[in-house]
Design a protein around this ligand. Structure first.
Ligand code: AVJ
Length: 344
């Protein structure tokens, strides 16, 4: 007797459910702390106005970000991917079997390169993706589980501050924290130090931290990556207002704002803003917030810092996260650092 196709797909579906766990940290905290949105109130009531970049990543924003990663102008993703393809085998050999914790996992496309390397060495596969978009977290986890039959996934939906503070006990003897894609660039130097201390708290001595960073380079290469011809980055930036509308019962009119991004050369960082096209008033009902905008007033939505490889290595070493290996591409556009937590 042969098993029908439907039965097979039922079996593997059950099998996926057994290997998948998703926890939504944002929802839990909203109820407990009722502090959701206080960062929005703070940012929109100060001068100049700003908003935290994690509000880009609702489900729609995560889709738009995936499109950005495919753009010819956006060199970051394909450069980091090429580095990972070169060194994933080496990384797996150095770390040995370990669970992968990824901050800002998104579609987990680049993570597959690492999973393949660990799989090839016959190591058990356990993956803890963390992302603010529960939608992309769930769909990419299901896809991974279908493609890697021995993989276990425990996903956490929430900001990485929340997730790092609530990481589960280890099931494998060791762990590697992955922070790739240059999301570190979103953190101001002070926030960076807080973040590194959270990383050292989350790791045991001898465990690894894999960091991917965009390196300093001429303006004519960086700036177009944030001003693409198709306007995907503009849509991504404006979607933050739609996200706030949905989340906090707001009435931002996205046709009355425009995308503005430039490379600040002395600071070596991209600054992304939304510029108000006229004087206008916006309300966010559930936050009890009314905001006035002057014509041409801007909201800073993102800073994307570009790094110097020597400086970041020194900073990591000072935090006890000594880089064991550093890889770059032939142009030195992007850096990947495998750091190991030292005993103090
Ligand atoms: C995810 C923070 C690395 O700064 O390049 C892409 C986000 N913003 N286009 C970046 C982003 C505009 C991205 N990071």
């Amino acid at each position: 007797m042969s098993i029908s196709k439907a039965a097979i797909s039922k079996i593997s579906q059950d099998n996926i459910e057994k290997r998948l766990q998703i926890e939504r940290l944002i929802e839990a905290t909203r109820i407990v702390a009722s502090s959701a949105g206080s960062d929005v109130v703070k940012g929109l009531t100060q001068t100049p106005k700003s908003l935290p970049p994690w509000y880009f990543y609702d489900d729609r924003g995560s889709e738009l970000f995936e499109q950005i990663c495919e753009l010819p102008e956006y060199y970051l993703t394909r450069t980091e991917t090429s580095i990972l393809q070169q060194c994933a085998g080496e990384i797996a050999k150095i770390t040995g079997a370990c669970e992968l914790v990824e901050l800002g996992s998104g579609s987990s496309t680049k993570t597959r390169i690492l999973l393949n390397a660990y799989q090839q060495l016959g190591y058990p596969l356990r993956y803890l993706p963390i992302d603010v978009s529960a939608g992309i977290l769930e769909s990419s986890a299901r896809q991974l589980l279908a493609d890697y039959p021995s993989l276990q996934v425990h996903a956490l939906a929430g900001t990485y501050e929340l997730a790092l503070a609530q990481l589960l006990p280890r099931q494998l003897s060791s762990r590697m924290l992955c922070f790739i894609g240059s999301t570190l660039g979103n953190l101001q130097p002070q926030q960076c130090d807080v973040f590194f201390s959270q990383i050292t708290d989350a790791l045991q001595v001898g465990e690894y931290f894999l960091l991917g960073i965009d390196l300093q380079k001429p303006k004519h290469i960086v700036e177009p990556a944030y001003n693409d011809c198709l306007g995907v980055t503009a849509a991504f930036n404006l979607n933050m207002l739609d996200h706030l509308n949905r989340r906090f019962e707001g009435n931002f009119d996205t046709t009355q704002f425009e995308h503005w991004a430039f490379y600040h050369e002395t600071e070596q960082q991209i600054e992304m803003h939304l510029r108000s096209l006229r004087s206008q008033t916006v309300q966010l009902k559930s936050l009890n917030l009314t905001v006035n905008f002057a014509a041409d007033e801007t909201i800073l939505t993102e800073v994307s810092r570009k790094f110097d490889l020597n400086t970041i290595q020194q900073q990591l070493t000072a935090w006890g996260l000594a880089p064991r290996h550093v890889w770059t591409d032939p142009n030195q556009w992007f850096g990947l650092l495998l750091c190991q937590l030292q005993a103090i």
